[in-house]
Design a protein. Sequence first.
Length: 137
Amino acid sequence: MKYLILILLFIPLRCTAPSHIEFTIVQGEVIQPYERLFEAVCKVESGNNSYAIGDKHLKHHSYGKAQIRQSRLDDYYNRTGIRYTVEDCFDDEVTREIFMYYVNPDFETTCRTWNGGEKGMQKKSTLKYWNLIKAQL
């Protein structure tokens, strides 16, 4: 047994690597599901009008393409420490930043609470809103 091990140690083993290596890189479409959701919300909320002012019949209007209210800005400030004004909601990047903060993987919950606040999932009116968003997706 000892001799067999010694013989095996002295037998040259031949291993070779491939003569060349090939890589194929395929560029695909970047998946941005939250961006698509943002665009759908903006389409339903304001027709993508960055300067829209909505809910004029209410004490506090909604502003910008995603129709952000002062209460949402206050909540965003309390959570992040970043203070924006309603005038800032006319800036698409600010609007996107605020919206994306509230997005979660469940699109229905995201949209219904965006439209109806914390209790949006309990409101029948937000179901109709969700159906409008789904039609845009």
